[in-house]
Ligand binder design. Structure first.
Ligand SMILES: Nc1ncnc2c1ncn2[C@@H]1O[C@H](COP(=O)(O)OP(=O)(O)O)[C@@H](O)[C@H]1O
Ligand SMILES: [Mg+2]
Length: 262
């Protein structure tokens, strides 16, 4: 039973956040979303899509498999293997970003390897990283201050974009980056749509970065429970209205059709 619904089920579910907690608590919260889908309730984004995007290693794998440009990435439970990767990349002049596998809002990211000419060793992986090394080749900023893009995709279509600008290399709004309106170029739109498609998201906030002269734009992350306050401040596009319209017009209709067929 869902509080407030008595013995009824909701017509649809729009997931706005999944609170952190123990492994058991988060599993149960996702379980509720899985159960609602099994009961025929449209869930936006579906729990399976949320799981794919929350796990950064699965995101990297699916992006790469779909031939979407994304930096070389490794995930390993072996500290010795992680150490070897860092040494090899560092010797080739590369820095790596060590990220918490389920991280968000730019929290806990560290650069290791060849960082500004000095070697940064791998920290202990148990503290904050869940004894797992998720390592991604660092993309050096092209400008000072540096920036990345956030592109919002709704119902398969890229709808609006912004730049997140900061002197720190982590460009999340939660880490103090400034939001600036950015034109949604065909390149950005196409990549963001391909990324959302690869992870089968109803809607997604896609993080992209410019890379060295002549190299393609790289997709860094696909957010399945994306916040949009920062983006809405710099765009006249009505984000909430577009999300609700897509949920009602496309997702609910698709779910109803599937039910009818079954
Ligand atoms: N490989 C990378 N090279 C350069 N900067 C990166 C890289 N990965 C992440 N960043 C920076 O850190 C930010 C947060 O990384 P991200 O993977 O999106 O994790 P989070 O879930 O915390 O947002 C990115 O928006 C980008 O500014
Ligand atoms: Mg991000």
């Amino acid at each position: 039973m869902i509080p407030g619904f008595g013995r009824e089920l909701p017509d649809a579910v729009l997931v706005r956040g999944i609170a952190g907690g123990s492994f058991e608590q988060v599993t149960k919260r996702l379980g509720v979303l899985h159960a609602l889908r099994e009961l025929g309730v449209p869930v936006y984004n579906d729990a399976r899509a949320i799981e794919r995007s929350v796990d950064k290693s699965m995101t990297s794998l699916l992006l790469h498999a779909a031939r979407i440009p994304t930096p070389p990435t490794w995930a390993t439970e072996s500290p010795a293997e992680a150490q070897r990767i860092v040494m090899r990349e560092s010797a080739a002049g590369h820095a790596l970003v060590l990220k918490p596998l389920f991280g968000s809002q730019g929290k806990g990211l560290q650069r290791v390897g060849a960082v500004s000419g000095t070697h940064q060793p791998l920290p202990p992986l148990d503290a904050g990283f869940g004894a797992l090394a998720y390592l991604q080749r660092f993309i050096a900023p092209l400008t000072t201050p540096g920036y990345d893009w956030r592109v919002l995709v709704i119902g398969g279509r890229a709808v609006t974009a912004m730049r997140r600008v900061s002197s720190h290399w982590v460009h999340n709004v939660a880490q103090g980056a400034r939001c600036e309106a950015a034109p949604l170029t065909p390149d950005l739109a196409e990549l963001a749509q391909a990324a959302a498609r690869a992870l089968e998201m109803d809607y997604a906030g896609v993080d992209l970065m410019p890379s060295a002269e002549g190299a393609p734009i790289q997709v860094i992350e696909v957010n399945g429970v994306a916040a949009w306050q920062g983006l809405q401040r710099v765009t006249s596009f009505n984000i909430a209205a577009a999300i609700v319209a897509d949920l009602v017009d496309r997702k609910c209709a698709a779910t109803a059709n599937a039910e009818r067929r079954a």
